[in-house]
Design a protein around this ligand. Structure first.
Ligand SMILES: Cc1cc2nc3c(=O)[nH]c(=O)nc-3n(C[C@H](O)[C@H](O)[C@H](O)COP(=O)(O)O)c2cc1C
Length: 142
């Protein structure tokens, strides 16, 4: 039986403003830990807020999410979407990273929806899925 491919998107708030060094430490851990677990995804950071997409086998994704959730470097960790997918959207990234500027957010206003209290996935139909929308935004600001 083919194992389920699982995609989880969450948002959170950095506990303190993040320096490039601190972000670098998170990415170093991700690049070391994610590939052996078959995990891929992206991390977007903007003005003290994170959006992360995790994808891989369901158990591996949930285990990583639990570990990340307990990390004191961020808070208000909120699971936005969990879904079964047929294929990875971020197959090429053990953990891709972009810092988004205010200009990126203005040109991709739907990104703001990820941080809204009442998140609705309805607006993402055009892109196919929230993760695909993030993927496009991620590529655009590369
Ligand atoms: C916003 C955020 C995203 C993170 N993403 C990952 C990740 O994708 N993979 C990972 O292994 N750790 C990630 N971490 C770090 C974990 O919380 C944890 O510190 C790390 O996995 C511990 O790894 P180590 O035991 O190798 O140091 C993230 C932390 C934060 C705050």
């Amino acid at each position: 039986m083919t194992p389920l491919l699982w995609q989880l998107i969450y948002t959170s708030h950095a506990t303190d403003a993040f320096s490039e060094t601190e972000l670098g430490a998170i990415l170093a851990a991700s690049h070391a830990n994610n590939p052996p677990q078959g995990l891929t995804g992206i991390l977007l950071y903007s003005d003290g807020r994170f959006i992360q997409v995790l994808e891989g086998a369901r158990d591996a994704v949930e285990a990583l999410y639990e570990r990340i959730k307990a990390d004191p470097r961020h808070e208000a960790v909120r699971r936005v979407i969990t879904r079964e997918v047929a294929q990875r959207d971020f197959a090429d990234w053990s953990m891709g990273y972009r810092a988004l500027t205010a200009t990126d957010l203005v040109s991709h206003p739907q990104l703001l929806d990820f941080f809204a209290e009442q998140f609705s996935a309805d607006g993402f139909g055009q892109a196919g899925s929230p993760a695909r929308f993030l993927l496009m935004a991620f590529r655009d600001v590369a």
